[in-house]
Design a protein around this ligand. Structure first.
Ligand code: HEM
Length: 223
């Protein structure tokens, strides 16, 4: 058995690695700040770019969530993923509705993953056989969408008058994000992961944030 998926030793003190939810938050604090302050996101949310930038982001997210949801769905019964797996989180269908609204019925035509997005999607698919790493990708995107992601639609409406094509940011069936995120963190902490597994997950989360930042940088260069 891979050390990262060992089911022994869940004690927080083990190897001085904190419980998973805290370890993930602390390990990614710096890269979160980098992602948050990327020029592309800061300009988009600060009203200094335009509708095209938002459409370009939505397009790239479709490739990311296609990889994430195909990979997670295939491993949904694994003990490290089953407690986190929740159909209410799925974003791919919402992204497709958004793209139809933003690009029209032929939204798929000519749509391509940019290089950084392709790298991100490959990295997610490469985690298929290492569920501790897949947990990190699940955490990075969905907990982010349920956190900072929730402030995005009002800003898009205010700056660009965009009120359609933003289903991605709305989680039908999750009425209140705070209790949901609390339960998600409790589920993370109850996962059968030892200290090594928690380290593996945190290192992968740092990489996931970096891949998001690289995707934003590439989108920023294209703008
Ligand atoms: C525009 C940029 C962003 C803003 C304004 C933002 C804002 C925030 C805020 C305010 C929180 C804390 C919410 C809370 O404690 O309930 C948060 C948490 C989080 N964000 Fe972001 N964020 C941004 C970008 C990102 C990106 C690009 C990612 C990753 C793809 C991300 C992933 C996360 C995660 C995983 C959390 C949960 C942290 C934890 O408590 O474990 N964020 N974000």
């Amino acid at each position: 058995m891979n050390a990262a998926t060992s089911t022994t030793d869940q004690t927080p003190a083990s190897g001085d690695i904190p419980l998973l939810s805290r370890h993930l938050r602390e390990a990614t604090a710096r890269v979160h700040e980098e992602a948050e302050h990327s020029t592309f996101m800061a300009d988009l949310l600060g009203g200094r770019s335009g509708r095209e930038a938002f459409v370009a982001l939505t397009e790239q997210l479709w490739f990311v969530y296609s990889a994430l949801e195909e990979t997670v769905d295939a491993r949904a019964d694994h003990p490290l993923l089953a407690p986190l797996h929740d159909p209410r989180l799925r974003r791919r269908g919402a992204l497709e509705r958004d793209l139809r609204s933003l690009r029209g019925d032929a939204w798929r035509a000519g749509l391509a993953a940019r290089s950084a997005t392709g790298e991100y999607a490959r990295r997610i698919r490469d985690c298929a056989d290492e569920p501790a790493r897949l947990v990190a990708h699940h955490y990075t995107r969905y907990l982010g969408d349920l956190s900072g992601g929730q402030v995005i639609p009002p800003l898009l409406a205010r700056h660009y008058g965009l009120t359609d094509g933003v289903d991605f940011y709305r989680f039908d069936g999750i009425e209140k994000t705070k209790p949901y995120k609390d339960a998600y963190r409790a589920a993370l902490d109850a996962l059968p992961l030892d200290a090594t597994g928690r380290e593996v997950a945190a290192a992968e989360a740092v990489e996931a944030f970096r891949l998001n930042t690289a995707m934003f940088e590439e989108l920023g260069r294209a703008a």
